[in-house]
Design a protein around this ligand. Sequence first.
Ligand SMILES: [Zn+2]
Length: 113
Amino acid sequence: MHELSIAEAVVDLIEASAVTEKFSRVKTICLEIGKISHIETQALEFCFDSVSHGTLAEGAQLKIIEVAGLGHCMDCNIDVTIDQLYDPCPVCGGFRVTPKSGTEMRVKELEVE
Ligand SMILES: [Zn+2]
């Protein structure tokens, strides 16, 4: 499952930064998720709960921030915001839109103690 590997990646990242930044517990994890990344936030929360069990991220709260997708319309030659992958260009209505961002996930902030 997509969400499971993402949850595992988040826990790995936290454990790695715990070593370098010397913290022992994570209270809150701020995650930025692109709207067109096809990540189910509820599924991700569920996976995170089970993956983080027994790690220092256990019990941490996930704060998910959805960021709008950005695409480039080849006909207008401008960047446009898109809510879904393969959405038409909001300016010309054409479908020659290449996704540029909003397809990814990143950890924005960690609240640790
Ligand atoms: Zn266009």
